[in-house]
Design a protein around this ligand. Structure first.
Ligand code: BG6
Ligand code: MG
Length: 220
């Protein structure tokens, strides 16, 4: 097949934003400032290091490099407490069905995530072995909105970027897909993800016919 798919993980396949929120909030609490769900929106799709910078900005906090490293470790330890309890019941609606539909159509897919915990999360929910390849926060030098993560994904698929379809829930991720010259599908609020080529509220709205038509369009 000439077309392939790249999936973001957090917010597309699993809802881990709530766990990131709890772990970051814990850090903000310890530093004595408020961190809200609205603030958490700003961290979606963004790397761990960048997330910490944004959080510290929100709290107007200046800390040493050494402290930052400490915070990154303690935040991740807290996050891992939640992640290691995850199971298949936390796969977002429509995700397994979409992977089944792609399998039926013979379309290959890889993961393109900013998270260094992506392999662990996929194993927790039992989806690890379904992906042809995994590109995660450990494999890139540049975080989204840089297109690097998706361009490596295209290489794993052995396809040209213009023949790749990306599913994303974050503004930074949609931008990365667009900059990679791929077809971007925004999952979530249409207004927030207005830069996407196509928009859906969630994966249950994606039919096999939509995928078939899109592939036909891309291949002709
Ligand atoms: C992205 C999330 O998928 O991964 C971000 O949307 C997160 O919120 C980033 O900061 C990095 O994740 P991790 O697991 O490496 O801290
Ligand atoms: Mg995401």
């Amino acid at each position: 097949n000439k077309t392939g798919v790249i999936f973001d993980l957090d917010g597309v396949i699993v809802d881990t934003a709530k766990y990131h929120f709890l772990a970051w909030k814990n850090l903000a609490d310890s530093l004595g400032f408020e961190f809200t769900e609205a603030h958490n929106e700003l961290l979606k799709g963004v790397s761990r290091v960048r997330s910490l910078e944004i959080l510290l900005d929100i709290g107007d906090a200046t800390v040493s490099e050494e402290k930052k490293q400490e915070f990154l470790i303690s935040k991740n330890e807290e996050y891992l407490k939640y992640i290691t309890k995850m199971g298949a019941d936390e796969i977002l609606s429509g995700a397994s069905e979409l992977l089944d539909a792609l399998d039926d159509l013979g379309i290959q897919y890889v993961l393109g995530s900013a998270s260094k915990n992506a392999p662990l999360i996929l194993k927790q929910v039992g989806l690890y072995n379904r992906f042809l390849g995994i590109v995660d926060g450990n494999s890139v030098n540049q975080a989204k909105p840089d297109p690097e993560v998706f361009l490596i994904g295209a290489k794993k698929l052995n396809l040209k970027p213009e023949n790749c379809i990306v599913f994303e829930d974050a503004i930074a991720g949609v931008e990365a897909a667009n900059r990679a010259n791929m077809t971007s599908i925004g999952i979530g609020d249409k207004k927030t993800l207005s830069e996407a080529d196509y928009n859906f509220n969630n994966l249950t709205e994606i039919s096999a016919d939509f995928i078939k038509d899109l592939i036909e369009k891309l291949e002709n």
